[in-house]
Write a protein that binds this ligand. Sequence first.
Ligand code: GTP
Ligand code: MG
Ligand code: ZN
Length: 347
Amino acid sequence: MMDEYDYAESRKSKGKGSNRSRSDHHEKRQGDLNEINVYSPGDAQKLGKIGIVAEMSPTNYRILYNNKFIEGIAEDDSQKGIVSQLVVGDNVIFELNESNPIIKGRTERHSKLARLRTDSSKKSQAGAEEHVIVANIDVAVIVASAIQPAFNPNMVDRYLVISQYGNVAPILCITKTDLAKPPDLSMYKSADLPIVKVSNKTMDGISDLLPYLKGKRCVMIGSSGVGKSSLINSILHKEVLFTDEVSEKSGKGRHTTSSSSLHLLDESTMLIDTPGIRSLGLWELDPESLRLYYPEFAEFAPNCKFSDCTHSHEPGCAVKKAVEEGFISRERYDSYIRLLAKLEYDR
Ligand SMILES: Nc1nc2c(ncn2[C@@H]2O[C@H](COP(=O)(O)OP(=O)(O)OP(=O)(O)O)[C@@H](O)[C@H]2O)c(=O)[nH]1
Ligand SMILES: [Mg+2]
Ligand SMILES: [Zn+2]
């Protein structure tokens, strides 16, 4: 069971260098007024206390420091500007002013969940706009319900792409097994994706999920109403998060959770709840943007015979050649082709 973790860890360290340059590139675009200072973890140690952003609004934030949550208020425009550039999971450097934490900067992000969008004038890697949702995550629990809302494999594939792009190890968690039989999941066999089936009503399967989460920073992602907040409540054995019924009329969730928040299972295990991801815009993914989530293609793509090559059926495709020669993982390429076909079909 834990082997899957090793796989994830090894992917992570392998991808590290390229990931850093990618985020640095995008970080430059993010700040408008005063850009937040970004430090290496080593430098950060010397500059102040380091905490983790656990929750935030434009003016208020909560920082996890030494196993305790500290509340903060952004009192001036400079602090508000800094706070606007942070996401839950960011490691922040801060000093205490009276009891209010003043944030000096953050460390580099070693992983993230982000939405990418192409600049409509350019369809290249360089034209990608990145919007980070959570940072420094080890595990993304892709939550999908067996029913209410109906299981949607296209959504699962979108979340898989987003987690892999961000260096986050995905797990699939099927909820509401008390209401319906779990869907056919045989298509994920080759994807090396751990799958756990649970019920937040009966608590069946919750203990199977724990080994994947222990000691990690985990985030729950998935459509509204699938039971992300309920799952965190189940794991913590208490109702820390508000949940609400799925609409009877539409069978969809009501976007009950409106902002991300971080919760502690124990000192080293963090569980982050997120809003139904559709409201974050992660839902939209067009076939042309898909390749942006596979940055390992970028090095080879300029050598494709056709400049608008989709790397699927075209002759003289340098990406396909790189897969054959072992420079690009076959697994990643197969997931790209599978999702590309779906996105084109959906269009
Ligand atoms: N029967 C059953 N109901 C569940 C289960 N998990 C969640 N629910 C119910 O599904 C509804 C939605 O659950 P939430 O936890 O609010 O869903 P969410 O994913 O957090 O939704 P958003 O915050 O809108 O993104 C609630 O009424 C829950 O009680 C389950 O395993 N079994
Ligand atoms: Mg919720
Ligand atoms: Zn190609």
